[in-house]
Design a protein around this ligand. Structure first.
Ligand code: SF4
Length: 392
């Protein structure tokens, strides 16, 4: 697991503001560029002048500190590297890594507000004015390198910002024209055809919206998301988006309430939404509200593996693009391996002690750190060679 939050130790200077800043290791930048970036110093050497701040990875034993702002980087943030972007809160030296240059899974939080209250929400919504987050993302987008392959926007519900959300997509298209954009949304805002049209008009060259459907039964879906009429609005949103030729992915997070109905959900999708671009069948992350509702939601992946196979085959038979995310390789049937993906972001990916001698660890997606620490299947079967039947 890679830590994205932490604290720097202030060594010198008097930082007053919070700032979103890219990092560099280049010690010879001209002043006009240096004062916009933070310099990472890997060695114990004297500090160059003119940088917005300096991050020392080692304590200064033999070198002189500048009178400017300098921090000592904590052990768990030593991974910080050229091109990363961080937010540092000046007074407290709190750090949040907003973008990692080496990661292909940069997921950017837009808001913690949401009009759902899902039983298994991993980012429990907050009823607060957190508009500063999206304002910060406007700054962040301008700092992300243009050769970045993909970024994601997540929440909360990003579309709650309405026109401001659309402005952000527009800005992203302008600054990162070659970067794929993946947006997580509950889709309900797109039931408003004007909003859907304004979104489509942006004409982003490579954007996909991931929208959850948790059941083919509207009552069950609304129960899971704890919002009345959510199902109808979500389906209308998907239909509007597809009528405007926008890319849509359906996301089904699997838990005890829907695990044994997966083939019904797949049937519903192939009959009514066959035109969507991707279907992701996703394992549960044991974090946020899931922990509070664990008895209601927890199901061992081994218990629904045949239902998962059935649903995956239905989607495949109808020519749909299907992926299985967040599952352990030894808990799915061989017939779904074509759809199996290592999907958990590197910063929250973990393996458990049972995986130690497994020969397919490289192929296996492993666990969310949150789940590995909390609850996981007692039916793991480490592979002892590369032949499926020979797992222990
Ligand atoms: S035992 Fe192997 S296949 Fe099973 S979860 Fe661990 S690494 Fe994955």
């Amino acid at each position: 697991m890679i830590k994205l939050n932490g604290r720097f130790k202030l060594l010198s200077g008097n930082p007053l503001d919070s700032y979103v800043t890219p990092l560099t290791k280049n010690m010879t930048l001209p002043l006009v560029l240096a004062n916009k970036v933070g310099l990472i110093l890997e060695e114990d050497i004297d500090s160059p002048q003119g940088y917005k701040f300096i991050l020392r990875k080692k304590p200064s034993v033999n070198s002189k500190l500048s009178k400017e702002i300098e921090y000592l980087v904590s052990t768990d943030l030593q991974h910080l590297d050229e091109g990363d972007v961080v937010r540092v809160e000046g007074q407290d030296s709190n750090v949040r890594v907003l973008y990692r240059r080496k990661s292909n899974q940069n997921s950017i939080l837009i808001t913690e507000q949401c009009n759902h209250y899902c039983l298994m929400c991993s980012q429990p919504p907050k009823d607060i004015d957190d508009g500063y987050i999206i304002d910060e993302v406007f700054d962040l987008i301008k700092l992300i390198p243009q050769d970045t392959l993909e970024i994601g926007f997540t929440g909360g519900e990003p579309t709650l910002f309405g026109d401001k959300f659309l402005d952000l997509i527009n800005l992203t298209k302008s600054y990162l024209p070659n970067t794929s954009l993946h947006i997580l949304s509950n889709g309900r805002s797109f039931q408003d055809i004007k909003f859907a049209r304004d979104y489509a008009k942006i004409d982003h060259p490579d954007v996909m919206i991931g929208i959850p459907i948790y059941s083919d039964d509207p009552v069950m879906h609304d129960y899971i998301v704890q919002a009345k009429n959510a199902y109808n609005e979500t389906i209308r949103g998907i239909l509007n988006l597809k009528s405007l030729n926008q890319k849509v992915e359906i996301r089904v997070v699997i838990h005890k309430l829907n695990a044994f109905q997966l083939s019904s959900i797949a049937d519903f999708i192939v009959r009514n939404l066959q035109f969507v671009d991707h279907v992701a069948l996703m394992g549960l992350e044991i974090i946020g509200f899931t922990r509070a509702n664990l008895d209601l939601l927890w199901v061992d992946q081994i218990e629904y593996k045949d239902e998962l196979s059935k649903a995956t085959q239905i989607l495949r038979n109808y020519g749909m693009n299907v992926s299985i995310y967040n599952h352990q390789l030894c808990l799915v049937n061989e017939d779904v391996k074509f759809a199996y993906r290592k999907s958990i972001s590197d910063w929250k990916n973990e393996y458990v002690p049972e995986c130690g001698k497994c020969l397919k660890k490289e192929e296996c997606g492993g666990f969310f750190t949150s789940s590995a620490l909390y609850k996981y299947s007692s039916n793991l079967k480490p592979f002892r060679n590369n032949i499926e039947e020979d797992c222990i």
